[in-house]
Design a protein around this ligand. Structure first.
Ligand code: NAD
Ligand code: UD1
Length: 339
């Protein structure tokens, strides 16, 4: 069985390619290298012993997308990661985000609908829930007005799938709403490659510990939480990757109820920023240099998943702990800097 993974050299994509290969799928990757490098192919090959087919292609070029599919009619499923994901940047460059995250999705779906097998998995985000009314948040919770063009592209993406599924019963889609993916492959052959100064907590922690950053700023300690810092559902990236394999299998085996389904992909456990720091200190044996600063604009107080739908329907459950993920993130950071 052949699976196309768009954005397959990126952070979540590369870990998913590994899990797909280990599950026996032939993988073809499309990536334009805008936020990744071909070195990731070596990392994947080291883990699985197989180098996936790689096509350097920018999905914004509709004619090239069309051309690609002309020569790849035998695809059994698509896992679509390719997108830009920096929230702050999306506020500065909204049109770029709509082009890169929405147009590309439309182009891929247009070609997918010409294929015999129309199985599609979309990378959505817990950001669609905003500040949820109830925690843990389940898939029936309201989608809140997006706080950024990036967040909006995820909501629009889900709407596009829903509308297209209504008129095309052959199209089978799943949107996975990831909570906060962190960590790296336990082999340290692949992991996150943040460009410039990281905006996300975990790469900022590991870069501070390795000496690339002076100090971590903890954004706010006056939130209505136990220790005053924000709460998130941090999930090991390998657990996230495995969710794609089981979701794809459900589509291929035609086990889906509705042809548009949504699942939360989290651990179900919320951790505060200070708990993440403590976990890092525990697994690394290092004290982290951090200070408390003002709140960051746009942060929700708390978000963690009700994962019962994915647990029962996909028969998937996160297996790794926060400590596992922090340990793998730290090993990866050390490996990256000694290469
Ligand atoms: P990433 O930036 O590491 O990976 C995205 C990959 O897509 C990169 O390799 C990039 O080069 C490629 N790409 C971007 N635009 C492209 C284009 N026009 N044509 C071809 N390739 C293109 O990001 P990630 O963290 O692996 O995220 C993957 C997906 O998951 C994204 O859709 C993102 O929005 C979503 N998501 C990520 C998180 C997270 O915390 N990382 C959370 C929720 C949702
Ligand atoms: C952010 C995005 C989300 C996106 C996700 C992955 C926002 C509002 N949300 O999630 O849409 O899907 O990244 O790219 O931007 N923190 C610090 N110091 C730091 C960095 C973060 O204290 O230097 C805190 C934040 O305040 C937050 C927590 O750590 O409470 C997690 O932050 P982050 O890793 O950026 O993820 P989110 O904000 O949850």
């Amino acid at each position: 069985m052949k699976v196309l993974v768009t954005g397959g050299l990126g952070y979540i994509g590369s870990h998913t390619v590994v899990e797909l290969q280990l599950a026996g799928y032939d993988v073809v990757i499309i990536d334009n290298l805008s936020n990744s490098s071909t070195k990731v192919l070596d990392g994947i090959t080291k883990i699985t012993g197989t180098t996936p087919d790689f096509q350097e292609l920018d999905l914004r070029h509709q004619d090239r997308v069309r051309e690609f599919f002309k020569h790849h009619q035998n695809i059994d499923g698509i896992v679509h990661f390719a997108a830009s994901k920096a929230v702050g940047e999306s506020v500065e460059k909204p049109l770029f985000y709509y082009e890169n995250n929405v147009n590309t999705l439309v182009y891929v779906l247009q070609e997918l609908q010409k294929l015999k097998q129309q199985n599609f998995i979309f990378s959505s985000s817990c950001t669609v829930y905003g500040e949820a009314d109830m925690l843990p948040v389940n898939e029936d919770s309201a989608v809140k007005p997006a706080q950024s063009p990036y967040g909006n592209t995820k909501q629009i993406g889900e709407e596009i799938l829903k509308d297209t599924c209504k008129i095309n019963p052959d199209l089978k889609t799943v949107a996975l709403r990831y909570f906060n993916p962190i960590g790296a492959h336990a082999s340290s052959n692949i992991g996150e490659l943040p460009l410039g100064v990281p905006q996300n907590l975990v790469p900022y922690i590991t870069q501070t510990a390795i000496g690339l950053r002076e100090q971590l700023s903890v954004f706010g300690e006056d939130y209505p939480t136990e220790d005053g810092t924000c709460i998130r559902d941090y999930i090991h990236v390998v657990d996230v990757a495995k969710a794609h394999v089981v979701a794809l299998e459900r589509l291929i085996k035609k086990e889906q109820g509705s042809n548009f389904e949504v699942f939360n992909i989290g651990t179900g456990k919320g951790s505060s920023v200070l708990e993440v720091i403590t976990s890092f200190e525990r697994v690394s044996g290092q004290k982290l240099n951090y200070k408390i600063v003002d709140r960051r604009k746009g942060d929700v107080v708390a978000a963690f998943a009700d994962t019962s739908k994915a647990n029962s329907i996909l028969r998937w459950k996160a297996e790794y702990t926060l400590d596992d993920a922090m340990s793998d993130a730290w090993k990866w950071e050390q490996r990256l800097r000694t290469k």
